[in-house]
Design a protein around this ligand. Structure first.
Ligand code: SF4
Length: 375
């Protein structure tokens, strides 16, 4: 093999998600889902909302929420069950009450940034772009904020996605020296934003090392017809082939495809749980009055906790906590069960509590300890 570069004659155009997933598995294929369609619908609604704020030069337009949700859902079909109208309205209402438009910093919403590279034309759409320097509108920015609204429930940092967008901003504006990224989980009212700060040099280094290097290798292998076999990995859960591909991760293959399947699977879970509860109740009855047994390093039976923390001097404990600047309220309300282990230990040392109190036996299994009879 010479050092000759083998690249496609027609440069592919790729969006961020395709780049990210194809770098995991070269056979990944994008699929559609109602969850993704609902996410797009929310993005459309948030875009209309922020544009309404900008048009009226107001930081909030709560009164527009209903009309915006109607427009987002019905002005063009979005592939979402109209039965989710109230859910979308609730989410936009929450968004409107927890986010001011912050027009002073806003550059634009739904901003698509494109860069032409040697191997492919790459693009990504930012839900919101702000400028963080105090420059005039007509001046190119030196510091920007990239915001992506997340409609999934689990909080994740989305490192690749946010760096990709941040790098696109640096490549679009050579003046940008710093990018703040925010993955904003809009279902959450508190602690739903994951923020990172990136420096231009590091971003461009990452872009070269990960995006450009990885893509070049991938596209060259494609041209040579040397694609690697499918490898199950992080891309499987977003891949349309996950049900039929032999290499798909088990966890991804198991993800329901339709609402009906999810409901049927939940019924299975309920059945399994009921069977589990029945088995457990039967064992509990059997071992009542009998010694415990050890099975596969687990001890099963009516077991007495080896140690249990108990407050022996409630007034002393309250005084101690108040004297340390710690809030005694959780102690008073639940007799200490919400205290941290550190405070519980401190109360034991202060003589207000003991951790030697043997609790009542409960039916359970736990890691077996040999030579210690604590029943
Ligand atoms: S299911 Fe997973 S391993 Fe199979 S093609 Fe898709 S991404 Fe690759």
């Amino acid at each position: 093999m010479t050092g000759l570069r083998l690249l496609p004659t027609v440069k592919p155009e790729m969006r961020r998600s395709a780049v990210q997933n194809l770098l995991v598995c070269e056979h990944w294929e994008s699929g559609s889902s109602e969850a993704a369609a609902f996410g797009s619908l929310f993005h459309r609604a948030a875009e209309l909302y922020l544009k309404a704020c900008r048009e009226h030069r107001q930081e909030t337009r709560l009164g527009d929420v209903d009309a915006i949700v109607r427009a987002a859902m019905f002005d063009a079909p979005g592939g979402v069950d109209p039965g989710r109208f109230d859910e979308l309205r609730g989410l936009l209402e929450q968004f409107a009450t927890t986010h001011v438009a912050n027009l002073r910093e806003l550059i634009d919403v739904e901003v698509t940034l494109r860069v032409e590279t040697e191997v492919a034309d790459l693009h990504g759409t930012l839900d919101r772009l702000d400028r963080l320097d105090d420059g005039e509108r007509f001046e190119p920015p030196t510091a920007v904020r990239v915001v992506d609204y997340k409609t999934q429930y689990a909080v994740d940092d989305h490192v690749f996605q946010m760096r990709f967008y941040a790098a696109l901003a640096c490549l679009t504006w050579p003046t940008v020296e710093e990018v703040v990224t925010v993955a904003d989980h809009v279902h959450r009212i508190a602690r739903g934003q994951v923020t990172e700060v990136y420096d231009r040099d590091l971003l461009l280094q990452w872009w070269g090392d990960v995006v450009m290097y990885g893509l070049t290798q991938l596209l060259e292998r494609r041209v040579r017809g040397e694609l690697a076999p499918p490898v199950g990995g992080a891309a499987c859960q977003y891949c349309v082939k996950r049900r039929t591909c032999g290499a798909a991760l088990e966890g991804a293959r198991a993800i329901p495809v339709t609402d009906e399947e999810a409901v049927a699977r939940f019924r299975d879970v309920l059945r399994i749980k009921a069977a589990y509860d029945d088995e457990w109740a039967a064992l509990k009855a059997f071992f009542d009055g009998r010694p415990s047994v050890i099975v596969d390093n687990l001890e099963l039976g009516w077991l007495t906790p080896a140690k249990s923390w108990r407050c022996t001097d409630p007034m002393g404990a309250i005084q101690y906590l108040a004297g340390r600047g710690a809030d005694p309220a959780p102690f008073v309300s639940v007799l200490g069960s919400k205290l941290t282990k550190k405070l519980k230990d401190a109360l034991v040392r202060a003589g207000c509590a003991t951790d030697e109190f043997p609790g009542d036996p409960v039916f359970k299994s736990r890691k077996a300890t040999f030579g210690d009879d604590d029943r």
